[in-house]
Ligand binder design. Sequence first.
Ligand SMILES: [Zn+2]
Length: 221
Amino acid sequence: MKIKQRKILVLCVSALIFLMCVIGVAVNYFFKEPTKEEIFENGYRITSADDALDNGLIIREDFLTLNIFSRPGTPLTQINNIVIHYVGNPGTSAEDNRNYFESLASTGETYASSHYVIGIEGEIIQCIPLNEISYCSNNRNNDTISIEVCHETESGEFSDKAYQSLTMLCAWLCNAYKLDSEDLIRHYDVTGKICPKYFVDYPTEWSKFKKNVKTMMKDIK
Ligand SMILES: [Zn+2]
């Protein structure tokens, strides 16, 4: 091989190696899974219903009006747990409960709201964006997402459809925020309040629910 040809060959190989390095860095930059810290730094990944649809969930966004009684607009800067509640008002729909939170803006009756309300038919309404706090879980409002679930009777047992939606929503949120199914907690675990009643009355059902979420997390990943 002539010297000139060899030089060209070395140049080509060097250029190829350089190009592959650049592509490698770019792929790593654009496609790697963000860490929990990066999600918070860059904002929340799952604030839109589009993401939910991609995961087979149907969520209706119907945000409350900004007001001091149910949507104060305070930034939620970390998410360490997801708190499950029951509405405690048998037979009411997700929309009824969402509208109750909205009505607090004018009645000023109390401070209350939740990020999500799941209805008996499995419908999900999001009342508050995930980068703002809700008024649902007492001293844990500042680092949790809250989910209220409707129920047909005083027992507080969730319908199959509500249970299914709750499982899927929790699995989706856990995956998105790098949480484990053990990071799901009951309102009871925060304050000792009998909420959600069925999961407090039947701790084995609560454990079973968390196992179901764990399985679902793998399914939808
Ligand atoms: Zn509660």
